[in-house]
Design a protein around this ligand. Structure first.
Ligand SMILES: Nc1ncnc2c1ncn2[C@@H]1O[C@H](COP(=O)(O)OP(=O)(O)OP(=O)(O)O)[C@@H](O)[C@H]1O
Length: 280
């Protein structure tokens, strides 16, 4: 692996409610790195996948207490970044694709304006250059008639097209890391692999890393270089993607056995029973 872009060491997150901080942390000292590769975080519902992604993106709510021995993105210490530092990082170093583009795209702005945003905020490109880059990017993500899409509003696009637009907007300024939190779970089954492959291809072409949060073990097995398995806020297993199905770890085996069938495909992983005797 190349030099990692993201380094997470002993990341601990606790949420607070009216009665104080939860006794069980949402993330219990997890450590991992991501370089120019595809890393997936999997685990049942509530295991901490989204909390890990949000901690890395600086998007946890104020009720979260975040501590870590090390939480770095390149030279940036994420624990001490101020508002301006986060804005700079989010527009140029890291991109995010979330579950449903309807919540990420501004419904009242044209697609072109939104795809160009990172260039407008973080580069000195002229209006004409930005437009050219945006049209190239819309074409690179496989959208037909980029010019028409450029002039459209989000409400005129399907979910799959919206997700392609998000990917274009996130990759246009060549980030070092793309974080995708369940990016395909709102899409029809036949679109899921296409969208994932698109993110994989663009990140590889740009020499970037991809951190994928997924509950779809089948998808992850095919796609990820490395898979980190989360259970109750801890990383309990780490495998190469294609090795996940024959992991000898008891929790991974249970998770694999509980993966949705064709009939239940797309649903969240169930919360598994808690009496896995040999669990760490
Ligand atoms: N804003 C919050 N306030 C309080 N507790 C939270 C908050 N967000 C997450 N949690 C708790 O943190 C733990 C991890 O949740 P998280 O959403 O990260 O899990 P997940 O693996 O992403 O689950 P899912 O697959 O259902 O999205 C859970 O116990 C959850 O209830």
């Amino acid at each position: 692996m190349t030099e990692p872009f993201l380094e997470v060491r002993d990341l601990n997150v606790r949420f607070r409610d009216e009665s104080g901080f939860a006794s069980v942390p949402a993330l219990d000292d997890i450590s991992f790195v991501v370089g120019a590769e595809r890393v997936a975080l999997v685990g049942e519902s509530g295991s901490g996948k989204s909390t890990a992604a949000r901690a890395v993106m600086g998007l946890l709510p104020p009720s979260a207490k975040v501590a870590a021995k090390n939480l770095r993105f390149g030279p940036a210490d994420l624990l001490s970044l101020d508002h301006a530092g986060w804005n700079a990082l989010r527009g140029s170093g890291m991109g995010f694709v979330l579950q449903d583009p309807r919540f990420s795209l501004n419904p009242s702005r044209r697609i072109g304006w939104q795809v160009e945003e990172a260039l407008r905020l973080h580069t000195r490109l002229t209006r004409k250059e930005r437009r050219e880059r945006a049209l190239d990017m819309l074409s690179a993500v496989g959208l037909p008639s980029p010019l028409r899409i450029y002039e459209s509003f989000p409400g005129e696009l399907s979910g799959g097209m919206g997700q392609r637009v998000m990917i274009a907007a996130m990759m246009i300024n060549r980030p070092k890391l793309l974080i995708a939190d369940e990016p395909t779970s709102a899409l029809d089954r036949d679109l899921r692999d296409q969208i994932l492959d698109l993110m994989g291809r663009l990140t590889a072409e740009q020499g970037a890393g991809l951190l994928l949060i997924s509950h779809d073990l089948q998808q992850v097995t095919r796609f990820a270089d490395r898979v980190l398995v989360l259970y109750r806020g801890k990383i309990v297993d780490e495998r190469r993607g294609h090795e996940l199905s024959h992991s000898d770890h008891p929790y991974t085996r249970t998770l694999w056995a509980a993966r949705p069938s064709a009939a239940t495909y797309g649903t969240r992983l169930p919360v598994l029973r808690r009496d896995l005797g040999t669990m760490p």
